[in-house]
Design a protein around this ligand. Structure first.
Ligand SMILES: [Zn+2]
Length: 360
């Protein structure tokens, strides 16, 4: 099956300035093209509107093979994935009678609506899918050392963060410190990279829904889009939950896939990642999860922006109109047309390559 290429003109125009606009465009583009589903959550957006995870389903309602494409696991990172999904809806591809393309818009709608990376309980959803037997407790030793610097209980203000972070990195080693900070922690509920106390409502409803709807499937690909990791305009593709050799599968997709996220120097290991959502699928289902990351800015600048927004949320008014929110949005979805066009082209072409492999 041949899939046409996305026209360049679609480019940056597929990006939306806020969650409400992104959702509206997603729903309108899906009309007549996809069956729409909704997983309502018990949370409200900035205008008091109820929030939900929206789903556009193209193809068989009981597919034997499916591509599940997700955006907004990390709230504010969702603008990139949302743009890619809009482009996929605007130029729908042919899906075979036993196949499905499933577009899941904003796994964390609260974070996307309020311009946060985390959800309504300050939980990093990509640290929340713990495996059976793992406990929602503890933090890496080095996280305790830096918790005071990372999570000051005061509103945003200039306090020599970059200098102090550099001193700590010099003392403890940049790589091990970074690994300890981002791995996931379960002890500081108002802190960065907090994984929660239990499976959150969004992940829980999504996981149940996924298992139910993909019951007939024997082969599932998933693409989960993220931003903020890696250099400007750098794409990293991490293969998880797959029995395939990353090099071999990457060859078929025409892309470089990395098996161990810490191996290429960009990624890192985490606890409670999204791969856990697929535990609920029937045993024996062939699953390949690709985490698609787009770099924006140096890690320490991204961390600084996260820190200031976190202070504003917990110790300020938390409103979306503050400069720390704009700063965070720029860190996770730069306004640069070049960055946006790059992300859209790579995002659409990966989804199409996966469909070509899955639906051939
Ligand atoms: Zn992310």
């Amino acid at each position: 099956m041949e899939y046409p290429r996305a026209p360049k003109a679609a480019g940056a125009q597929c990006f939306s300035p806020d969650y409400a606009t992104a959702r509206d465009r997603f729903l309108r583009a899906a009309e007549g093209v996809a069956a729409l589903g909704r997983l309502p959550l018990d949370v409200l957006g900035p205008r008091g509107e109820p929030l939900a995870i929206d789903i556009a389903w193209i193809g068989s309602p009981a597919p034997s093979r499916a591509l599940v494409h997700t955006s907004g696991m990390h709230g504010i990172e969702g603008f990139a994935g949302s743009a890619i999904q809009l482009a996929l809806l605007l130029q729908p591809v042919a899906v075979p009678p036993d196949g499905a393309l499933v577009l899941v818009h904003a796994l964390n709608p609260y974070g996307m609506a309020w311009l946060r990376r985390v959800n309504e309980n300050n939980v990093d959803l990509n640290r929340n899918f713990l495996a059976p037997g793992e406990s929602y407790a503890g933090a890496p030793l080095a996280y305790h050392r830096v918790a005071g610097l990372l999570n000051p209980p005061t509103p945003p203000r200039y306090d020599f963060f970059l200098l102090r972070a550099a001193l700590l990195a010099f003392r403890y080693g940049f790589k091990s410190l970074r690994q300890a900070i981002v791995a996931g922690q379960y002890e500081y509920p108002k802190g960065l990279f907090y994984g929660g106390r239990r499976l959150e409502q969004g992940p829980s409803r999504y996981r149940e829904w996924l298992a139910e709807r993909l019951r007939p499937a024997s082969r599932v690909f998933a693409i989960d889009v993220h931003t903020g990791l890696g250099k400007w305009c750098q794409e990293s593709l991490f293969l998880r939950r797959s029995g395939a050799d990353p090099a071999e599968l990457g060859g078929k997709l025409g892309r470089h896939l990395v098996g161990d996220p810490s191996e290429d120097g960009v990624g890192y290991r985490i606890q409670g990642g999204y791969a856990g959502a697929f535990d609920a699928l029937a045993p024996g289902v062939e699953t390949h999860l690709i985490i698609q990351e787009f770099g924006t800015a140096p890690g320490v600048r991204v961390l600084h922006a996260l820190r200031e927004e976190n202070r504003w949320h917990h110790y300020g008014a938390g409103t979306p109109d503050h400069r720390v929110k704009a700063r965070l949005q720029e860190m996770f979805c730069p306004r640069s047309p070049r960055w946006r066009e790059f992300v859209l082209a790579r995002g659409v072409s990966l989804a199409r390559a996966v469909m070509q492999e899955l639906f051939r």
